[in-house]
Design a protein around this ligand. Structure first.
Ligand code: 13P
Ligand code: ZN
Length: 290
C-alpha cells in the first residue's frame, strides 16, 4: 500500500528503527527491493533520483514504482531523491509521488530556506511529504553521479556538517517532514573508512524532533547503522554498494560461461536482480529491527 514519508517515518519512530530508502533506476532493482521488503515484512521507500533521469526518465519509471507500491503487502513510499529544481519536484507531484526531497543544500542558507518553503507549500497541499537537506553530504568521487561535496580526507571538511541550532531554525521555518543531515557520510564508494560524528545526530534530533535522514548509506558498517538509528536516523538512503554487487555477480556469471556465443540478456538481468536482492535483505535486516 502507498504511504507518504511522514506516515512511513512515523512507523519507524514508533518502532525505533529506520526505513531503507533504495534508489531503483531499473525494473530489476525495483523488484529486488520490493520482494525483500515483503519477505521481511518491512516498510520501504522506493526512490528515483533526479540524476537518474539519465538512466531512465522519471515519466517511465514512476507509473511502475507506483503500481508495484500499491500492490505490495507492506507500506511503500514513492520518493523523488535529490530533486534539485522546482520544476522536477512539481513533475513528481503530478506523477503521483507520495514524497519528494528538495535539495538546495548547495545554495546559501536563506535561499535554501525560501526555496524549500515553496516546495513544501505545494507538496503539502497535495498530501505529499518533503525531505529537506542542510549541510553537505560528501563524495570521494566526482564521477559517482550522485553529487555531494568532493573531499579527499575528513580533516578538510569539518565546516560541512549540519549545525544543530541552524537545523532547528530550518525545520521551524520550512515545515519539512524529514531532514537530511551531514555527519560524515559520503555518496558513492568510500575511498577511506567513514569517520562519522554520530553524536551530532542525537544533538540535531533533540533540537528538531523530526525524522532524520542518512545519505550515502551503502558502505557504512552495521554497527554504525545501529548507533545512528539509536540516535535518531529514521531513513537510510542506499544505492552504490548494492549496484556494485549486482555488477560483480554478472561479471562472475559471464566469466563462468563457457559457451560465450549463447549468453542471453535476460540471464544477466536475473543474475543482477538476485545479487541485489541478497544485498538488500542483509541491509534491511539491520535497518528494520522490529
Ligand atoms: P549511496 O549510493 O552512497 O549509498 O548513497 C545513496 C544516496 O544517498 C541517495 O540519495
Ligand atoms: Zn543522497
Amino acid at each position: 500500500m502507498l504511504v507518504n514519508l511522514k506516515e512511513i517515518t512515523q512507523i519507524a519512530e514508533q518502532g525505533g528503527f529506520a526505513i531503507g530508502a533504495f534508489n531503483a533506476p531499473n525494473l530489476e532493482t525495483l523488484m529486488a527491493v520490493i520482494s525483500s521488503a515483503e519477505e521481511l515484512n518491512c516498510p520501504v521507500i522506493l526512490q528515483h533520483a533526479q540524476v537518474h533521469n539519465a538512466l531512465i526518465p522519471i515519466e517511465t519509471i514512476a507509473p511502475i514504482m507506483l503500481d508495484l507500491g500499491k500492490k505490495a503487502s507492506v507500506p511503500i513510499c514513492v520518493h523523488l531523491d535529490h530533486g534539485t529544481d522546482y520544476e522536477e519536484c512539481m513533475k513528481a507531484l503530478r506523477l503521483g509521488f507520495t514524497s519528494i526531497m528538495f535539495d538546495a543544500s548547495g545554495a546559501p542558507y536563506e535561499e535554501n530556506v525560501l526555496k524549500t518553503k515553496e516546495v513544501v507549500k505545494a507538496a503539502h497541499s497535495m498530501g505529499v511529504s518533503v525531505e529537506g537537506e542542510l549541510g553537505h553530504i560528501f563524495s570521494f568521487d566526482a564521477g559517482s553521479g550522485e553529487g555531494g561535496k568532493i573531499i579527499n580526507d575528513y580533516q578538510s571538511a569539518s565546516d560541512s556538517y549540519t549545525d544543530p541550532d541552524t537545523a532547528k531554525d530550518f525545520v521551524e521555518r520550512t515545515s519539512v517532514d524529514a531532514l537530511a543531515i551531514a555527519f560524515g557520510t559520503a555518496h558513492g564508494i568510500y575511498k577511506m573508512k567513514p569517520v562519522l560524528d554520530l553524536n551530532r545526530i542525537a544533538l540535531i534530533k533533540e533540537k528538531t524532533n523530526i525524522p532524520l535522514v542518512m545519505h550515502g548509506g551503502s558502505g557504512v558498517s552495521d554497527d554504525e547503522f545501529r548507533r545512528a538509528i539509536k540516535n535518531g536516523i529514521r531513513k537510510i538512503n542506499y544505492y552504490t554498494y548494492m549496484a556494485v554487487d549486482g555488477a560483480n555477480a554478472v561479471i562472475r556469471f559471464l566469466d563462468k560461461k563457457t559457451d560465450k556465443d549463447n549468453i542471453q540478456y535476460h540471464d544477466i538481468a536475473i543474475t543482477a536482480q538476485a545479487a541485489i536482492k541478497e544485498h538488500v535483505l542483509k541491509a534491511m535486516k539491520v535497518f528494520c529491527m522490529k
